[in-house]
Design a protein around this ligand. Structure first.
Ligand code: 13P
Length: 251
């Protein structure tokens, strides 16, 4: 049985004051939740705060991006070893907002994935198609291609210490989540493709769903056999919503 994972992606939200209220509520609320791992991926400036508040809790923390390089003349960048220094367990790589707004291609994402693992972090690799790609019947080709770039650089065994998040771009921040059946179809496709190469790696890989997950739809999504939890955007900023999503994953 794969353990479920619910990770919050705060994106560019928060303040010291707001974060304290939210994190305190999560620490208290998650004390009694069983059978689920929980994490928050916060903006860089708040990693120190997350570490202080969460270090004795059962909530892991992480970042939303990293440099493909460990150190050097890369103004404004943050490296994997720096994130490790702050106790990060996870780092998101290849989020569609970065692929689109920062022009990150699958080759760069694969380099970031490799840099994350080299630093001892667990990359949460985001893959997913746009609406136009789905309507053109290209969903499987797109997600397989995004995954392939990582497999080419790091090899299939690298997925033993990684998480994949299927996030259809059309479902992110739209309130328009993929139906459990739509998501399950893609998750099963991803797992089957990996099974052909290494059944054990495919069997243990956590594949999260992301895109307008909220308390009201989480349970239906998480009950699907290949959905191993969620990557949560907007709803992760609300303690009650996030706690309810974690509870749905643990039940
Ligand atoms: P929403 O949950 O706000 O749709 O965002 C999903 C997401 O992008 C998580 O990485």
């Amino acid at each position: 049985m794969r353990q479920k994972l619910v990770a919050g992606n705060w994106k560019m939200h928060g303040s010291l004051v707001q974060n304290k209220v939210l994190l305190d509520a999560l620490v208290t609320g998650l004390k009694t939740v069983r059978n689920v791992s929980c994490a928050v991926c916060v903006p860089y400036p708040y990693l120190f705060q997350a570490r202080i508040i969460l270090h004795e809790s059962n909530i892991a923390w992480g970042a939303q991006n990293l440099s493909p390089f460990d150190y050097g003349a890369y103004t404004g960048e943050v490296s994997g070893p720096m994130l490790k220094d702050f106790g990060c367990r996870y780092v998101i790589v290849g989020h569609s907002e970065r692929r689109t707004l920062q022009g990150e291609d699958s080759r760069l994402v694969a380099q970031k994935f490799k840099a994350a693992q080299a630093a001892g972090l667990i990359p949460i690799l985001c893959i997913g198609e746009t609406l136009a790609e789905r309507e053109a019947g290209a969903t499987e080709k797109v997600v397989a291609g995004q995954l392939e770039a990582v497999l080419e650089l790091s090899g299939i065994a690298a997925l033993t210490s990684a998480v994949v998040a299927y996030e259809p771009v059309w479902a992110i921040g739209t309130g328009n989540n993929a139906t459990p059946e739509q998501a399950q179809t893609v998750h099963a496709f991803i797992r089957q493709g990996l099974t052909a190469r290494n059944p054990e790696v495919a069997r243990q890989l956590q594949i999260l769903y992301g895109g307008s997950v909220k308390a009201g739809n989480a349970a239906q999504l998480f009950v699907m056999p290949d959905i191993d939890g969620g990557l949560i955007g907007g709803a992760s900023l609300n303690a009650d919503e996030f706690l309810a999503i974690c509870a749905a994953a643990g039940s």
